[in-house]
Design a protein around this ligand. Structure first.
Ligand SMILES: C[S@@+](CC[C@H](N)C(=O)[O-])C[C@H]1O[C@@H](n2cnc3c(N)ncnc32)[C@H](O)[C@@H]1O
Length: 222
């Protein structure tokens, strides 16, 4: 299989697939167009009964889910939204919410979180496996990571599919994957090492299971 030119993360972030303002960035906490529906998890129930619940949303778009959560959580809650572009319609944020404009490929939080979400964000990240590895270490002991993941977007250096070894390695590290909904979850923070070395990304991979153009991530075994 011919290998396309692979882009670094900064190059990828300037590509039209990632800088695509027709993406659905408006999901709220509950309802038809929501995190609860996409992830199949009652996120507030996961955060309930914690004195200072913390939620990190990676690739947060407009940040609507966190904004809605802020009014249902105690004042001590810590809500962090990270997005490459940030909200396109800036509004004042509730006190518990910190909105960070940065690439999740290089950003690192200074703390751990009870909940980490990435709703249809990994489709635009070059080193998806690297981000999943780093996010595992950002979870609290009983924290939950929930993300959409398309194993078909992981490729070997020659362009052949690496979905099976990627999923095997993730499962061996403790992640659960539901192919029906493309949901990846991890319960409990831990150090993770996956046997992959990131090579670069192909933004011309075409639409993924969502029907939207997405990137393919290339790796060699390490
Ligand atoms: C399909 S939208 C989903 C937004 C939000 N999670 C939602 O469901 O409403 C994907 C988001 O990923 C963001 N994104 C893409 N690449 C990123 C990167 N390297 N770092 C942070 N955010 C990124 C985009 O700016 C966009 O807001």
């Amino acid at each position: 299989m011919p290998k396309p030119p692979l882009l670094s993360s900064p190059e990828l972030e300037r590509s039209s697939v990632v800088a695509n303002n027709t993406m659905n960035r408006e999901r709220g906490l509950t309802g038809v167009n929501s995190y609860a529906r996409e992830l199949g998890v009652d996120l507030l129930a996961h955060l309930a009964h914690r004195p200072a619940p913390s939620w990190l949303d990676l690739c947060s778009g407009e940040g609507r889910a966190l904004r809605e959560a802020a009014s249902a959580l105690p004042a001590e809650a810590v809500l962090t939204a990270v997005d490459l572009v940030g909200p396109l319609a800036p509004r004042s944020a509730p006190p518990a919410l910190e909105e960070i404009v940065a690439s999740v490929s290089s950003w690192t939080p200074p703390r751990t979180y009870d909940l980490i979400t990435c709703v249809h964000g990994l489709h635009y990240i070059g080193d998806q496996l690297g981000l999943l590895t780093r996010a595992a270490s950002w979870l609290t002991e009983d924290g939950l990571l929930a993300a959409h993941f398309d194993p078909e977007s992981v490729r070997h250096a020659d362009g052949s599919p690496a979905a099976r070894p990627a999923l095997s390695a993730l499962r061996a590290a403790g992640y659960s994957y539901s192919p029906r909904h493309h949901r990846l979850t991890l319960r409990g923070g831990r150090p993770v090492q996956l046997p992959f070395h990131y090579l670069g990304a192909d933004p011309t991979a075409g639409p993924n299971y969502t029907g939207q153009p997405a990137i393919a991530s290339y790796y060699t075994a390490s």
